[in-house]
Ligand binder design. Structure first.
Ligand SMILES: NC(=O)c1ccc[n+]([C@@H]2O[C@H](COP(=O)([O-])OP(=O)(O)OC[C@H]3O[C@@H](n4cnc5c(N)ncnc54)[C@H](OP(=O)(O)O)[C@@H]3O)[C@@H](O)[C@H]2O)c1
Length: 213
């Protein structure tokens, strides 16, 4: 029996909306965390995804087992701090530290967005995941007989086991790529996906697969 999680999603946009829809369909309890939970925009979202709720960042995070960070890089530090403490929580980092013109990443090689987030969210069990494929492919990542890989990394084995299930729940192949510092490698991989899709105009029907033998 797979555990059903209480999940707070910070950022109800492309990524947060897609994850929320898919996780709610799998029976998880999903709350969209937003600075303005009573806005018309949020009400519209809740109408389209049965069983979900909305709350402020602080309220949603306080009652969640898992907090999924799905905001633009420029909003990440404020969003994390607005939760008012995430110690002991599983904090999924789905962000990418993109330059505003999508020409590259604004941090990398000697650190990563995920490691910076771990510094801001003291005591949280940070797992990087859901950042290496477009949100339009969540729940739609089958390529012939194979599923695109959903890479994740982190330092807490129990948190990673939960994220593994949440990756499977959006019908991607969970692939553990090691410690959180390997977010330094996953974030550039995301940039490759984006560059192919946007800068090289190849569309969004691609995903990554690690082959083994
Ligand atoms: N788009 C993709 O395909 C994709 C795939 C993988 C990873 N990512 C990464 O995922 C992150 C989100 O991307 P996205 O495309 O989903 O962005 P998006 O569609 O622009 O959505 C961002 C959401 O974050 C909300 N937000 C902003 N500041 C917030 C705060 N302080 N607290 C709570 N919510 C806040 C925004 O609300 P308002 O609209 O009200 O401002 C909006 O709902 C980015 O870091 C991106 O690089 C994106």
């Amino acid at each position: 029996m797979v555990a059903k999680m209480k999940i707070a999603i910070l950022g109800a946009g492309n990524v947060g909306g897609a994850l929320g829809r898919l996780w709610a369909a799998k029976g998880h309890s999903v709350t969209f965390a937003t600075p303005n939970p009573k806005s018309e925009k949020v009400a519209n979202l809740l109408r389209t995804i049965a069983g979900t709720t909305a709350a402020t960042n602080r309220e949603a995070a306080a009652s969640a087992d898992v907090v999924a960070l799905c905001v633009p890089w420029t909003a990440v530090q404020e969003a994390v701090q607005s939760c008012g403490g995430l110690a002991g929580k599983i904090l999924i980092d789905a962000t990418n530290p993109l330059a505003s013109d999508l020409s590259g990443l604004v941090i990398g090689t000697t650190t990563s967005a995920a490691e910076q987030i771990a510094g801001w969210a003291q005591g949280a069990k940070v797992v990087k995941a859901f950042n290496t494929i477009g949100a339009m492919d969540f729940g739609n990542a089958r390529f012939g007989s194979q599923r695109a890989d959903g890479f994740y990394c982190g330092d807490d084995p129990a948190a990673k086991a939960v994220v593994k299930q949440l990756v499977d729940d959006i019908d991607m192949e969970p692939v553990d790529v090691g410690p959180l510092r390997n977010a330094r490698l996953l974030e550039p991989l995301a940039m490759l996906w984006i560059d192919l899709a946007v800068n090289q105009r190849q569309g969004t029907d691609h995903g990554f697969k690690l082959l083994r033998r």
